[in-house]
Design a binder for this molecule. Structure first.
Ligand code: NAD
Length: 511
């Protein structure tokens, strides 16, 4: 990857690297003449520019994917697995480069970026098991001399549209299974941190993936809209905010495409009076401020039940001065900046509205010295006595602002969560197994943690929320990902004796 070249904010020059697309196995400059800035959020400087695709650029990527499809589809499972396995090893040996690329453009600290790469690696490992995953069913002698079996076949060209907050992991959520199942792929990553996808594309090429199987187009709404209407794209996977997820789902399905669109979140962490308060406070701080709160599985709201509220808020508050802010390159930093200045200021605005609407701002991240730097930093912020009508509860803040809602009983806690329009993740902290089991039964949320604050499923389960956190039927990656990227075919067969045998004394092997 090209080196980081930094420019003062708003400044452009001929030397600034301009990232284009990756189509048919090679870098292709953007043809539209439209570009967007890619910042180093820790310094506030423009590190490079990214070309925004025209509809014609998207068409070229789809054409490359279309051309590559017949041969890739016909490639044996053994050969596909070999390539995926080599890619798995390449991602592992390029962990440092991937993590640094993610950290430089997203701003998350490197330890966090390494975590993201590890979770992406898990998806590659899962996809290496595709021969097992694609096994169908077989019924012998359903009628005299007749057998019936089901096979799963790829859809064709499929597309993925991804958010800024996991620039390596979320593309890997999608494309590993899509490619393993025999599809070819067009990725439209976030324009805010596009370099990780290009690095993945180069590594896939090194692993032996044929040109055109994986393509990357950078861009904005123009590229997304062309993907949604393109007649040769069979399916669209989307991850991003709820309004865009809803838009993508409506348009993709109206155009006859299969679609899974994962949206935003507001994740609650319930703390029952019997919980270990120190453990709950550690979890709330880790899950509330990790990645500066820019995770769809971040804890946004602690729901403190009964008398646990005062000691819990105090335990969280006491931990805040120890959270070290800094750039990703600082090995001691635990939390980096936000993605853009505009987003940082929007997040900080919730501290004002919370105070205005009657909440108590226990810690205000604007008091941190890095808030006054050129980087997009905001310190850890804690808001207590929040109620469901307040903006800081109603909106997805997506920043390091942890809110606390106090409720009298367990029933009130569950009612609060079930009335919330989102249903991505939630967690309960308790020592009472019966209460935890009841919570898992009662709560209308797709991913539940029991004394685990960020219950992101491992790669062999599937990831997805309920309600406004997911539009579509199937969750992402894992077994439901395989289902999403294939369609079933049932064959009813009767055979005369084929008589096609020959002598071969070699030990049978796959070809
Ligand atoms: P976003 O919705 O702004 O962008 C997501 C993608 O949509 C990007 O590729 C972007 O270029 C594109 N896009 C943006 N505006 C568009 C428009 N008007 N028309 C068409 N396409 C458009 O999301 P983001 O800010 O990049 O990411 C943060 C959001 O993603 C949060 O809401 C977070 O909760 C959500 N998220 C959800 C999950 C999940 O699994 N549910 C995972 C990660 C992030």
């Amino acid at each position: 990857m090209a080196q980081l070249i930094e420019q003062a904010p708003q400044q452009r020059s001929a030397e600034l690297e301009r990232l284009g697309h990756w189509i048919g196995g090679r870098p292709v400059p953007a043809s539209s003449g439209r570009y967007g800035p890619v910042y180093n959020p820790a310094s506030g400087r423009v590190a490079r520019e990214v070309g925004f695709a025209s509809a014609e650029d998207v068409d070229a990527a789809v054409q490359a994917a279309r051309d590559a499809f017949p041969a890739w589809r016909a490639t044996s499972l053994s050969r596909k697995t070999e390539i995926l396995f080599r890619m798995r090893n390449l991602v592992e040996s390029h962990r440092d480069q991937l993590a640094r690329t993610v950290s430089a453009e997203h701003g998350k600290v490197e330890s966090d970026a390494y975590g993201e790469v590890s979770r992406g690696l898990e998806n590659l490992e899962f996809a290496c098991g595709v021969p097992q995953l694609l096994k169908g069913g077989f019924s012998e002698q359903v009628s005299t001399g007749i057998d019936v079996y089901q096979i799963r076949q790829p859809l064709g060209v499929v597309a993925g549209i991804t958010p800024f907050n996991f620039p390596a992991m979320v593309p890997l959520w999608m494309l590993t299974n899509a490619i393993a199942c025999g599809n070819t792929f067009v990725l439209k990553p976030s324009e805010k941190d596009p370099s990780a996808s290009q690095l993945l594309a180069r590594l896939f090429q090194q692993a032996g993936l044929p040109d055109g199987v994986f393509n990357v187009v950078n861009g904005d709404k123009v590229a997304v809209d062309r993907i949604l209407e393109h007649p040769d794209i069979a399916a669209v996977s989307f991850v991003g905010s709820t309004p865009i997820a809803r838009y993508v789902y409506q348009h993709a399905t109206a155009n006859g495409k299969r679609c899974q669109a994962l949206g935003g979140a507001k994740n609650h962490m319930v703390v029952l009076p019997d919980a270990d308060i120190e453990m709950a406070a550690d979890a709330a701080v880790s899950a509330g401020y990790g990645s500066a709160g820019e995770r769809c599985m971040a804890i946004a709201t602690v729901v403190a039940v009964g008398e646990v509220a005062d000691p819990l808020v105090e335990a969280i508050r006491a931990r805040l001065p120890k959270v070290k802010l800094g750039p990703g390159t600082d090995p001691e930093a635990q939390m980096g900046p936000l993605i853009t200045r505009e987003h940082r200021d929007r997040v900080a605005g919730y501290l004002d509205s919370a105070a205005r609407q009657g909440a108590q701002v226990v810690a205000d991240g604007r008091e941190h010295e890095l808030y006054r730097s050129e980087g997009f930093f905001l310190g850890v912020s804690l808001v207590d006595h929040v109620t469901p009508e307040m903006d800081c509860y109603r909106d997805e803040i997506f920043g390091p602002v942890l809110t606390v809602v106090r409720v009298p009983t367990y029933t009130d806690a569950v009612r609060l969560i079930n009335q919330n329009p989102w249903g991505n993740g939630t967690a309960i902290f308790t020592r009472d197994g019966g209460a935890a089991r009841q919570f898992q039964f009662d709560v209308n949320v797709g991913m539940v943690g029991v004394n685990v604050p960020i219950p992101v499923p491992v790669a062999y389960y599937s990831f997805g929320g309920w309600k406004s956190s997911l539009f579509g039927d199937l969750h992402m990656y894992g077994p439901e990902g395989i289902q999403f990227y294939t369609r079933a075919k049932v064959v009813t067969a009767r055979w005369p004796d084929p008589g096609t045998s020959k002598v071969d004394l070699g030990f049978p092997r796959t070809r």
